[in-house]
Design a protein around this ligand. Sequence first.
Ligand code: NAD
Length: 272
Amino acid sequence: MADIRIGIAGAAGRMGATLIREVSATAGCRLVAACERSGHPAVGRDVGDLAGLGPLGVAVSDSAEGIFRSAEVVIDFTAPDATAVHAGFAARHGVALVVGTTGLAANHDAALADAAHKVAIVRAANFSIGVNLLLTLSERIASTLGPDYDVEIVEMHHRHKKDAPSGTALAIGEAVAEGRKIALATAAVRGRDGITGERPPGSIGFASLRGGDVVGDHTVVFATEGERLELTHRASHRRVFAKGAVRAAIWAKGRPPGLYSMRDVVALTGGV
Ligand code: NAD
């Protein structure tokens, strides 16, 4: 079978370089195109040189639309506005899209939902298998324990991260809300400061720590009087996200249009 032709948006980013190495190392995949925002110093450089692999014969382009002309699946870990534009290109050129970008607002979500009428889009706040299992477990535990157990979600990331709480923390919050059959927006408390008053019953709290080079730590705490249950996931290398994203890209090729999650890719929906 012919190799799957993969394009990478945001090739010079922390995840971009990790993805270049992962796609290159995956049998059955071929990196055919990559882009960066125009004016970025990496434009024109060989992707292999960027990722420390030596030349691969693919230059970083500043035309995002160009990569959708040659790839069958594009993996996008960039920034929300860029991802929304890329979703439009995916729909126009019939190219499946794997989206890792976090911090998306309603207008960006709408752009993805729109494009998903035409092509398969796999979107995940976190592509690691461990975190997706954590989401499934969090939903199940929240449903079993009920609202008498206070839920707090704590995350820590490196000092360069731009959004808070992390997309993964919000995804854990969504999973807990699903388990309780409520909407996260009605329960979320995103940070506390000053005289906050007592904890509102049933709320789902978030706390964000930033520092150093932490790749991504998440803990969900279920606390009631007399006991506390904590689940923790720690990512120590970005490779886990890249591996999951490449797995999603292989899964997405030829898939009917729709908005899919990593839990669909690894079939983690349903009972654990
Ligand atoms: P980064 O800032 O190192 O990389 C982002 C890259 O995208 C930069 O090189 C930037 O120049 C490029 N970019 C911006 N606009 C662009 C455009 N219009 N066209 C092409 N390239 C463009 O950030 P990062 O740490 O690699 O993270 C990127 C995103 O992925 C963030 O939103 C982050 O939260 C998210 N992330 C998700 C996961 C996951 O598993 N879903 C894991 C890690 C990071």
